[in-house]
Design a protein around this ligand. Structure first.
Ligand SMILES: NC(=O)c1ccc[n+]([C@@H]2O[C@H](COP(=O)([O-])OP(=O)(O)OC[C@H]3O[C@@H](n4cnc5c(N)ncnc54)[C@H](OP(=O)(O)O)[C@@H]3O)[C@@H](O)[C@H]2O)c1
Length: 253
């Protein structure tokens, strides 16, 4: 046996939320390439179908379930459906998220709550639904952001609070579940990766930010997915409660 065998995910079942665009598509494809069957979830069903086709092209089975993660009942229905389809859930990638930039002086309660509801609360509902069925050896990966650690120059109180909250959620679920249930819980804090979310940034923002990235480039989604595979696989077996920063060094610049 080689150390590289520790990175395999053969015949595991992974649930990826927010799999209709951006990083979620990369996670779904990468986990399929690593040997896992993939349950893809988001609200836009036609886009989920396209992600499912990528999983199948990698030789694995896919199951698409329309889900709004802000609704705990829909999270439970997603996991019920995954269990009917595959009989197990080994890995959850809590990736669904929305990004907004609204000055705090005029952000409404509804605007603030809607971001927390998806990014933070949705991650919790998904983790709870998964933990009920996950066997020892399973793994949850919560997608936070460097904006949970540092500011990015835009008014993003709701987004930043939700992403900092995800780091706290990760720590606490790890201490509750890692020994008792055998479920490791970790997070990823990505820097800047070009997706639909970064398309909404003001003109010139990303170029300005890149000057502060030590590696002077955006991240490749495959680099993030590879970190997730390490965390989810036996290679990451002694890591729990951590949020791993994957940001080209921008948070320490
Ligand atoms: N791109 C970056 O540089 C970056 C950096 C740090 C962190 N992140 C995080 O990475 C994650 C993925 O973002 P992305 O950059 O790939 O952006 P994206 O392309 O906008 O993807 C966001 C995904 O979340 C889904 N989503 C949004 N609201 C949802 C809801 N209520 N229920 C279920 N799914 C929902 C969207 O699907 P539907 O609209 O079809 O529901 C979409 O699939 C997010 O958590 C984001 O905060 C991204």
């Amino acid at each position: 046996m080689s150390v590289l065998d520790l990175f395999g995910l053969d015949d595991k079942v992974v649930v990826v939320t927010g799999a209709s665009s951006g990083l979620g598509v990369s996670f779904a494809q990468a986990f399929a390439e690593a040997g896992a069957d993939v349950v893809v979830a988001a609200r836009r069903v036609e886009k989920l179908t396209a992600t499912a086709a990528l999983v199948e092209a990698a030789g694995r089975r896919a199951h698409a379930v329309a889900t709004d993660v802000a609704d705990p009942q829909q999270c439970q229905r997603l996991i019920d459906s995954a269990m009917r389809e595959f009989g197990r859930v080994d890995i959850l990638i809590n990736n669904a998220g929305v990004g907004t930039a609204v000055p705090a002086s005029r952000e409404t309660p509804e605007e603030f709550r809607s971001v927390i509801d998806v990014n933070l609360n949705g991650s919790y509902w998904m983790a709870q639904a998964c933990a009920k069925v996950m066997a020892p050896g399973s793994s949850i990966i919560n997608i936070s952001s460097i904006l949970g650690l540092v500011t990015g120059g835009l008014p993003q109180a709701a987004y930043s609070a939700s992403k900092a909250g995800i780091m706290g959620l990760t720590r606490d679920l790890a201490q509750q579940w890692s020994f008792r249930k055998g479920i490791r819980v970790n997070g990823l804090a990505p820097g800047f990766f070009e997706t639909e979310m970064t398309d909404t940034y003001p003109p010139g923002y990303l170029d300005a930010v890149l000057k502060n990235v030590i590696l002077r480039r955006k991240g490749d989604p495959a680099e993030l997915a590879a970190t997730a595979i390490w965390l989810a696989s036996p290679a990451g077996g002694y890591v729990t409660g951590q949020t791993i920063v994957v940001d080209g060094g921008v948070s320490i610049a």
